[in-house]
Design a binder for this molecule. Structure first.
Ligand code: ZN
Length: 231
């Protein structure tokens, strides 16, 4: 996410501090060619993925739709989108689960918005995928053309199950919108004009020294395995 979340509701049950806050540990220039696929020996799942339908893949995601009301808050202006990318984030919110983020977004507690929040046992959809969110790069292509997925980090949430559920959701969305694996990107991919550093260390637990490395490619390989399993 970009910038600080503005907390408008005093009674919010979750303590929202900063989403995907910008780290300061950038020593080298960001690489721009990281999107070329690489084999990874550090994949967190070596299990074969059996062939399945898109509907069955979505059923495994356990998706709950809980949209921000049309015409309100982040949907006040209709901003249509034909998604060409999928952007992966993590919340960096260590207290709020997916349900808390859904409630907060519905009552307009955030200055930002995104499409899905995933935790270990459920994924919640906040916006339709044919509408833009505000999660990547202000008025840049990350917001204009990408579906935003946030992964939860609250205490007690199982990270590997969250990653696996996110990988399945991403694979389903690739199939649904005809998006290639090279267009599945971390938030890092989208430079934010006027920000230092422009490329955010997000999702931080999949970055290596603040940029895509072995952990990111292991995740992306898992997404691709699920994608190829969809008939
Ligand atoms: Zn982010």
């Amino acid at each position: 996410m970009q910038g600080r979340w503005i907390l408008l509701a005093a009674l919010t049950p979750i303590v929202i501090v900063i989403a995907c806050s910008s780290p300061k540990q950038y020593g080298r220039k960001p690489l721009r060619d990281y999107s070329s696929p690489r084999a990874s020996s550090t994949s967190y799942s070596g299990r074969p993925v059996s062939s399945t339908s898109a509907a069955a893949m979505l059923a495994q995601v356990r998706l709950v739709r809980d949209f921000v009301p049309k015409g309100r808050h982040s949907r006040r202006r209709h901003r249509p989108m034909r998604p060409r990318y999928i952007t992966i984030h993590s919340t960096q919110n260590y207290s709020g689960d997916a349900y808390a983020h859904a409630r907060a977004m519905k009552r307009g507690a955030f200055s930002v918005s995104w499409h899905y929040t995933v935790q270990d046992n459920v994924a919640i959809q906040h916006l339709p995928t044919n509408e833009q969110g505000k999660h990547a790069d202000f008025d840049g292509p990350g917001n204009r053309y990408s579906i935003g997925i946030e992964m939860c980090e609250h205490r007690g949430n199982n990270r590997s199950r969250t990653l696996d559920r996110t990988a399945k959701l991403t694979a389903y969305l690739m199939k649904r919108h005809n998006i290639p694996i090279t267009n599945v990107v971390p938030h890092y991919h989208w430079p934010r004009r006027g920000k230092r550093p422009p490329n955010k260390n997000c999702p931080h637990f999949l970055m290596t020294n603040g940029r895509p490395g072995a952990k990111w490619y292991a995740f992306r390989n898992q997404v691709n395995r699920y994608y190829r399993a969809i008939r």
